[in-house]
Design a protein around this ligand. Structure first.
Ligand code: DC
Length: 228
């Protein structure tokens, strides 16, 4: 069976990573989380004093890009993908609220994007990968054999985040979460470099009313159609 590249892009809080991870596991492919790479660069900036309030020392960051090496390794126990920044496991830190608050600014810098895109392309050299993000099917792998663009209504996505937060015991306000989902959609779609948009040849997956099982069934069917 031919090995391909699968690009999964879409709006935030659509369950892209969970879906991409499960798909990769099911078909024996490697999974790469491109958002984790932008998060690792944001963490590097925080650790090296390159962020002051909401301003980034872009010139220093530009001169240090060659020193930022991001790699992925499978957790020996869970087999989940772990993110390493210059050899150190940062999987936990990159998911912190502090990183989430600055990452979109870091991801909007053109020199950061071009460096990450180069590293992402190298990860796909041998094919057999699932990568998720915002610009994988449009910019990173425009020739990916399978492209999926995931969406769900803003209300459904806000409800999922609300449920996740309350399940963790956090305080959550539905309207605040919905406003944040809408704001992030707007930022993602209107930024100058690599804005989020569906590639012309991407399959649209609206998972507002799908269970995880139905979604996986659909993905596997598309995968089989393409690789058979
Ligand atoms: O998917 P995520 O929330 O982990 O992504 C983190 C940030 O990186 C978010 O601001 C979107 C951005 N991102 C991007 O610009 N391009 C990608 N391919 C992946 C993520």
């Amino acid at each position: 069976m031919k090995r391909i590249i699968i690009a999964i892009d879409g709006f935030s809080s659509c369950g892209k990573s969970t879906m991409a991870k499960a798909l990769a596991r099911n078909i024996g492919y490697l999974y790469f989380d491109s958002g984790a790479m932008y998060r690792a660069v944001a963490l590097y900036c925080m650790q090296n004093g390159l962020i002051n309030g909401s301003s980034i020392d872009t010139e220093t960051l530009r001169s240090r890009m060659g020193e930022i090496h991001i790699t992925f390794e499978a957790d020996p126990e869970t087999k989940n993908s772990l993110t390493f920044l210059n050899g150190v496991n940062v999987e936990h830190e990159i998911r912190s609220l502090e990183v989430s608050q600055v990452v979109s600014q870091v991801a909007a810098l053109d020199f950061v994007r071009s460096e990450m895109i180069e590293q992402q392309r190298a990860m796909g050299e041998k094919k057999g990968i699932v990568m998720d993000g915002r610009d994988i099917g449009t910019t990173v792998f425009p020739n990916a054999e399978m492209k999926v663009f995931v969406t769900a209504s803003a209300e459904v996505r806000a409800q999922r985040r609300y449920d996740e937060l309350t399940a963790r015991g956090d305080n959550a306000n539905f309207q605040e979460i919905l406003d944040n989902v809408l704001l992030r959609d707007h930022i993602d779609q209107t930024r100058e470099v690599s804005p989020l948009k569906q590639a012309d040849d991407a399959l649209l997956l609206d998972n507002s009313n799908l269970t995880r099982e139905q979604q996986m069934e659909w993905l596997i069917e598309q995968f089989n159609n393409i690789t058979r």
